[in-house]
Ligand binder design. Structure first.
Ligand SMILES: Nc1ncnc2c1ncn2[C@@H]1O[C@H](COP(=O)(O)OP(=O)(O)O)[C@@H](O)[C@H]1O
Ligand SMILES: [Mg+2]
Length: 636
């Protein structure tokens, strides 16, 4: 008995309509999803000429019977839905029943398949949507789909394809993403016969991240403790539904200039989603400058009814039923993980060329191309390069930029033809040294011994785990910021009277802004009184602010409120005000500190919840680990 049915019009019309085959990577995406839906444990993808000449996906999934193998090429033919209600809780990656017919209509396609328990397999050949032949053939269990000459009959579409390297980069990105989502499956990606990715099954996401990106990447990532949250039973839901979040996020010191290193998955499906992106940014609020982004691999899992995936033809967008609940859950979980880990920023180290088989170095990982909001992880050569072709195992010709500048001008690459990412636990079952290295945490700040100051601006301190440099201004800024916020929430802001009230003149728009935020300013420790038309008398300022600074602080607060915070919540306003106050009141650079003051500063910093960044997102402390010191002296 076949499994595939043609959907009735009523349900077919409910499916998000639109073309799915835009480029080779969209073909790979659909075929890869089919292989995963078929329960495959091992998937091999062969690509030639960036997918323009050929893409072949071979799986060991459930396969198809002869009738199904033919039916699969009809529009709206699927084994994954039967009635419209199924659309409300989709458990498979596919459901539209349109991928195979769409792909077959714009290529020369050959499918070979054998279902479990069937003695003979089937081969179907279709060219430009026309059935050429359907034969019985011997075939291993599973399915292989070969797509050649994409868009051979649609020259207008073919013209829009980009270079071989670019199309390959999109494909590699896609396979990489899905490989991260399914560590238990084996993935192989070959281009022109040489492997780009060869991933054996592993037990954990951590090991898969290591296989794909290598240790350098893992060192900068914080693993989220798998967290769950239930919808409030008082919300009227009969059964409170649980949302779960797991994955990795980067330390705030890793600052990307775009969102390309953020990978989002909902129930194992690769998606892009504004809501989750916003939740992630909110988690890094006051830990990272506003225009910067972290690296993140987030997996949200929930009941299938909680998320509508029938939004976009390529199935890359979703809609959550309880969106604000999901937003807050993700924001809080990521934030809590950052606060718990207190990751220390490493001192920039001299770059070291990657060793063979080491995987994608960080600089190359960050050199990515944007596609459909997703990103490619393969570096393409600059034009004019004599490189034979792209690959994952690239060697920078010149030093890659220092860590925090990773997105700056791309380094030139020459290509190493050696086969690439192949990592598995070694014969003892452990991954190589470093994977289990202790996390670099700022929790050890309290044990530091200050040695002195550099340029009267940076505290140099010795700790058990290495040498530290602390920026005295931003360290104090963080301490004061958290103190001001605490006092604000307890309604007891420190305020000090000015001997002589300061009289300041406001522009009309500043006057309007002042009226809007006057109550918040008072909570922060200001006492201001209107004094005639567009004039303000400042009688008291937050503690620690010198009279000379009070006036410019008022103007700064008004300006920020006007520029950035019109739309923002009162909570954001409060934080921004606290950041301005902390910045003015903090110890400046070029200030000599007594040893006791340095001690005090380090202790206070250790007691803050986020000692890693100042409220504007700059790093506070750099650590040169004992291991790096020993390595630099060739002692290990
Ligand atoms: N690799 C595969 N292994 C087993 N069955 C497959 C495979 N690819 C496609 N099929 C079958 O063909 C049907 C149609 O595939 P497709 O056009 O991608 O639609 P959808 O995935 O939305 O159902 C699927 O529902 C599935 O039953
Ligand atoms: Mg499909």
């Amino acid at each position: 008995m076949g499994k595939i049915r043609i959907l009735g019009d009523q349900i077919a019309n409910k499916i998000a309509a639109g073309e799915v085959v835009e480029r080779p990577a969209s073909v790979v995406k659909e075929l890869l999803e089919n292989s995963m839906d078929a329960g495959s444990m091992s998937i091999r993808i062969d690509v030639e000429a960036g997918g323009r000449r050929l893409m072949r996906i071979l799986d060991d999934g459930c396969g198809m019977l002869r009738d199904d193998a033919l039916l699969a090429f009809e529009r709206h033919a699927t084994s994954k839905l039967s009635d419209a209600r199924d659309l409300l809780s989709i458990a498979t990656l596919g459901f539209r029943g349109e991928a195979l017919p769409s792909i077959a209509s714009v290529s020369r396609l050959a499918l070979e398949t054998r279902a479990d328990g069937d003695s003979i397999g089937t081969r179907v050949e279709i060219s430009g949507g026309r059935l050429i032949r359907c034969d019985d053939v011997p075939a291993p269990r599973g399915t292989s789909v070969e797509v050649a000459d994409l868009f051979f009959n649609v020259p207008a579409r073919k013209k829009f394809l980009r270079s071989e390297q670019t199309e390959l980069a999109h494909i590699a990105s896609l396979v990489t993403h899905y490989a991260l989502a399914r560590p238990e499956k084996a993935f192989v990606l070959n281009h022109g016969g040489s492997p780009l990715l060869d991933l054996t099954p592993v037990a954990t996401l951590r090991e898969r991240v290591y296989q794909v990106f290598g240790n350098r990447m893992l060192e900068d990532l914080i693993e989220l403790e798998p967290a769950g949250r239930e919808l409030d039973p008082a919300s009227g839901e009969e059964n409170p539904l649980a949302f779960r979040l797991r994955g990795f996020v980067s330390a705030p010191s890793v600052q990307k200039l775009n969102r390309n290193s953020i990978y989002l998955f909902v129930n194992g499906r690769l998606i892009r989603d504004r809501l989750l992106l916003h939740a992630l940014s909110a988690a890094y609020y006051n830990l990272m400058p506003p225009a910067c982004f972290p690296v993140a691999l987030l997996f949200v899992d929930c009941d299938f009814e909680e998320v509508d995936v029938n939004v976009h033809p390529a199935k890359t967008e979703v809609r959550f039923r309880h969106s604000s609940f999901v937003h807050d859950f993700v924001r809080d979980t990521v934030r809590d993980a950052l606060i718990a880990a207190k990751p220390a920023a490493a001192m920039p180290l001299p770059p070291r060329p990657p060793q063979p088989g080491e995987g994608l170095p960080y600089s190359e990982f960050s050199q990515r191309l944007e596609t459909d909001g997703f990103v490619a992880s393969v570096a393409a050569p600059e034009s004019g390069s004599s490189a034979p072709g792209p690959g994952f195992n690239l060697r920078p010709q010149q030093a890659p930029p220092p860590r925090l500048d990773l997105e700056r001008p791309a380094p030139r690459f020459d290509f190493d033809p050696a086969p690439v990412v192949r990592r598995a636990p070694d014969s003892h079952g452990f991954l190589p040294d470093g994977l289990y290295a202790a996390e670099a945490s700022l929790a050890s700040l309290a044990d530091l011994r200050p040695l002195g100051q550099l340029h009267d601006s940076f505290i140099v301190a010795a700790g058990r785990d290495g040498l530290w440099i602390i920026d005295q201004h931003v360290a104090h800024e963080r301490i004061l910021f958290e103190q001001v916020l605490r006092q604000q929430s307890e309604g007891r802001s420190g305020s000090q009277r000015l001997l002589v009230p300061l009289v300041v003149r406001l522009s009309p728009s500043q006057q309007i802004e002042f009226a809007r935020i006057a109550a918040e300013m008072e909570r922060a420790g200001f006492e201001c009184e209107p004094f005639g038309n567009r004039t303000l008398a400042i009688k008291a300022a937050p503690a620690g602010i010198s009279p000379a600074d009070a006036e410019s602080l008022v103007f700064e607060i008004l300006e920020v409120a006007e520029q950035e915070l019109r739309q923002a919540s009162s909570d954001d306003l409060r934080r921004s005000m606290a950041a301005s106050i902390a910045c003015r009141a903090a110890i400046k650079i070029n200030t000599r500190l007594e040893p006791t003051k340095m001690d005090w500063l380090l202790h206070e910093l250790a007691a803050t919840s986020c000692p890693m960044s100042c409220p504007h997102g700059r790093p506070i402390a750099l650590r040169y680990t004992m291991r790096e010191i020993l390595r630099s002296f060739h002692r290990i």
